[in-house]
Design a binder for this molecule. Sequence first.
Ligand SMILES: [Zn+2]
Length: 421
Amino acid sequence: MAHFTSTLAESLAPDVLARFDRYVRIDTQAARDRTQSPSTPGQLELARLLAQELAQIGLADAAVDENGYVTATLAASAGGDAATVIGLIAHVDTSPDAPGAGVVPIVHRGYDGAPITLPRNAITLDPASEPHLASRAGHDIVTASGDTLLGADDKAGVAEIMAAVAHLQAHPELPRPTIRICFTPDEEVGEGATLFDVEAFGARCAYTMDGSSAGEIQDETFSALEATITITGVDVHPGLATGILVNAARVAARIVAALPQERLTPETTSGREGFIHVYEMSGDTARARIRAILRDFDDELLAGHAELLRATAQAVADATPGASLQIDVVEQYPNMRAHLAPFPEVVEHAIAAIRAEGLEPLREPIRGGTDGSRLSAMGLPTPNIFTGGHAYHSAREWASLQDMAAAAAVIVHLAAAWAAA
Ligand SMILES: [Zn+2]
């Protein structure tokens, strides 16, 4: 039993791998600033394939809706509690931050613990700088070929749900509640929850399979704001500009320079610390724009970051007669913790399922958001469970087959935990 957590995981592994291999080859890279759902046609291709495969497994109601959401129902076990309905969710899209077309997965069987050099672009995965990889010596490691991401985020989650559902359907004697499945589009561009029909889904809670290290159960995410600062200057011919020209691009530069540099940035914070991240600046003399994301686990501290940004920008503008300023702050997603707190059994059953697979539950806050952040706020409490993938959004992305199989087994235990509740 080469590094498998259980004989169940070992028995699920071939199906998890076959599905994963099939799904990652479809280019489902999401596009920012979308005008339709899903943002790209490849996501629909994978959605249709998944609906077809769910129907083949025996889930007769499997369907893709007009926005690219795949849903299906796995009936409760005979004599089980059909009235209890839980959900399983994963996203079909991949990140726009690394190439997603032409993924050719490679399985490194019985990984020897040495650096892995991929055939294209001489990309190397170095266990010396990736401690998670070092800890997976002996596992079967799946990588891409060097010129694309792998897509374990989140096709590992998709494959694990599919394999677990196929297993449960083939074993009607295994206890389970009613299980609703949903595969969402455009999570990577922050839209996965946007068109999710919580009422039609009809579950009391759900789990996203979209984490990383084996054992993770995450019930806390950042709270997130996005700020756009627009500066308007006064543009005249530079030869005639004396006392008249007000350069919006310079005002923008002064605002960014006036923000904290040694603290409150992504590169100087960790753990529970929040930040203001200026991720885009553009402009010319007449008009300039600064875009920033603001993050914290604490809503009051987050509001403080927004106030600091506002006050800093206003002070610079006030010191520049003729410059005018507009600041727009919008909420992106809330910390899921407050929305999960009233339903402790949701996380407790996940912890029990992870323990049942022989893993130590890792409960750490996510320095980011998931579909579950917004779904929890929309009334569907949705913590996040590990998938076994790592180094997401890059050509160095990899996944352990043993950990992916463990995640699929955790789903089977999770079904049992709810059936016994
Ligand atoms: Zn993801």
